[in-house]
Design a binder for this molecule. Sequence first.
Ligand code: NI
Ligand code: MN
Length: 227
Amino acid sequence: MNILTWYGHATLGLETGGYRLLIDPFFHGNPAAALSPDQVAADYILVTHGHGDHVGDTVQIALRTGATVISNAEISGWMGIQGIEKRHAQHIGGGYRHPFGYLKLTMALHGSALPDGSNGGNPVGFLLTTSDSKKIYIAGDTGLFGDMRLIGEEGIDLAILPIGDNYTMGPDDALRAVKMLSPRHVIPIHYSTWDVINQNPQDWSARVTRETDSQVHILKPGEDFSF
Ligand code: NI
Ligand code: MN
């Protein structure tokens, strides 16, 4: 059993195999998040790229909870400078068997500068195989790319895709992504946090339902999806 929670924007929680993961924990300053960073628990924090709306409160939460931060090598090094000792660096194409599952980093088409202007390396997505053999693809902030087909070949149970447009894929390209990935379930994120990425997820869901076999789950901030 896996429980995926959307906290608004690109912030996710995942309970899997007895571990609590946070992905891109952006609570403070996130107009869509109801929780504050001192209320959340985590064993692991996964960071897709260096932008402020993704690094978010990682440092504060990791220092308070002792969670291990997993990211690319550049962001991992920066986390070390911020005083976080428990870190695990990986890079694109590389997988590692963590206690919570096998985590592979995937490419993402985006930027990754850190909040203080440091080099955050290349942005990534995450492909997680849980201990009960479910595959979860978290695309991260990205434009559409044809190699999503290769990711889809692995057999995706749940895909989490940005649909906001402007900074990432918009609804049209996210629909094309669903067609390449063929996930059983899909959850849209990274929309309507700010006016510039306003989208109607119901309209998008209707198109996905009409044109693919994937099931869309539109969550409200704080709502979860079990699978
Ligand atoms: Ni970004
Ligand atoms: Mn973003």
